[in-house]
Write a protein that binds this ligand. Structure first.
Ligand code: FES
Ligand SMILES: [Fe+2]
Length: 400
């Protein structure tokens, strides 16, 4: 974001704080719980949002050097192989051998290689996906052409460091996948040039939308995070904006915002005065804190289970070189653990919500006027999965 936007966001938060207000939706909103528990609903989500639209799968800095690769698990049990080729381009392949479909690389594995040799019969691919070797190929597969047997490549595009793929092989990732203001926001965060500190991956027994909802409202801070986040924030205060679809930016003001009036505007620094969240459709969040950014990626496994990947992104070592100082390492490790502690507070609640929804104890949930980003999220979500009215939904999805 440019400086003018940074100042505008600070002014907006200050104005709301002075009035004791936050960003509202005009009305409350009520939803039936089917969208969190129904198998048919989940299928519709997968087909439209995850398999039928561009999907953010990670960052190009996860494969920073030529030959670097990482296997990435996504929906439907699909395993992807993200590789930086010898030409420095990031590509995304199906992690599946063209012979008889064995996985080339184990789930979650990463490293650096020139060749990927299948563990079953050693068909071997280069880092651009071409089949470059197969034992006894001419004798066994004399009527086949190696050139036609390269790895399946999905269309992908890297935008300001974020790697998008389209899992429908017929579809491209559009050039304007991110609004200009999102791109400027990522530039402001230096996202494409950060380093990976560490990652965690685990499963939470809750629908991915419940977990997303916990990430885009501040109403719960003083209660659910009373001992972690609450002392640093300004209670139920947040602002957010969107540029269409399920992409948004949220500002969560912190106590240093209260000092803004004592400073010249030239000294205002949004990174110090607020946490900033960017949400990318359908299920990736970037949480920017002063010294780091957390990438939180959600992969729905079934209606009541979501794989979470937390990746802590930090600046390169201050002194240059590859290694962080002892002091930097201590800070990053503390932050890595703190983010997990805070998220775990949300996940525990998410699991109780899911269990209650599945038990049918209560049939509805409600969003308050100040949970306005949740109202926005569900509105856009309904459009994205092709639903026009709530009555419609339950009839067309649940009973289909
Ligand atoms: S399945 Fe990969 S070489 Fe046979
Ligand atoms: Fe939370």
């Amino acid at each position: 974001m440019n400086r003018e936007t940074e100042l505008r966001l600070i002014r907006e938060a200050l104005a709301l704080k002075e009035k004791g207000e936050t960003q509202y939706h005009e009305t409350t909103q009520t939803h039936q719980i089917e969208r969190y528990v129904s198998e048919n609903w989940f299928q519709r989500e997968k087909e439209t949002l995850f398999l039928g639209s561009p999907l953010a799968i990670g960052l190009a800095i996860e494969v920073p050097n030529i030959g670097d690769y990482r296997s990435i698990e996504t929906v439907n049990g699909l395993s992807l192989l993200m590789v930086r080729g010898q030409d420095d381009q990031v590509r995304v392949f199906a992690n599946a051998c063209r012979h008889r479909n064995a996985r080339l690389v184990a789930t979650g594995e990463s490293g650096c290689r020139k060749r990927f040799s299948c563990p079953y019969h050693a068909w071997t691919y280069d880092s651009e996906g071409a089949l470059v070797g197969a034992p006894d190929f001419e004798r066994g597969f004399s009527d086949m052409d190696k050139k036609q047997l390269g790895l399946i490549e999905f269309h992908s595009r890297v935008v300001e460091g974020v790697v998008f793929v389209h899992l429908n092989l017929e579809q491209q990732v559009p050039e304007d996948i991110l609004a200009e203001e999102m791109i400027k926001g990522f530039e402001y965060l230096n996202l494409a040039r950060l380093r990976i500190y560490k990652r965690r991956s685990y499963i939470v027994k809750a629908n991915w939308k419940i977990l997303t909802e916990g990430g885009i409202e501040a109403y719960h801070f003083n209660v659910a995070h009373r001992n972690t986040l609450a002392p640093f924030f300004l209670g139920n205060l947040s602002t957010w904006e969107t540029w269409g679809g399920l992409n948004m930016r949220m500002v969560l003001p912190k106590k240093p915002l209260l000092e803004a009036h004592k400073l010249a505007e030239s000294e205002w620094d949004l990174r110090q005065m607020a946490n900033i969240i960017y949400s990318i459709a359908p299920a990736m969040l970037f949480l920017a804190q002063p010294d780091n950014i957390s990438m939180i990626k959600m992969t729905p496994l079934n209606p009541g289970e979501t794989r979470i990947e937390e990746v802590l992104l930090v600046e390169a070592p201050k002194a240059g070189g590859e290694d962080w100082s002892e002091q930097e390492l201590t800070m990053h490790e503390t932050n890595h653990n703190l983010v997990n502690k805070i998220l775990s507070e949300d996940w525990v609640l998410g699991e109780t919500i899911q269990a209650n929804m599945e038990s049918g104890a209560v049939s509805q949930i409600h969003f308050g006027r100040f949970e306005s980003a949740l109202t926005w999220f569900h509105h856009e979500y309904e459009k994205a999965i092709g639903l026009t009215s709530t009555g419609d939904l339950i009839d067309t999805i649940v009973s289909s």
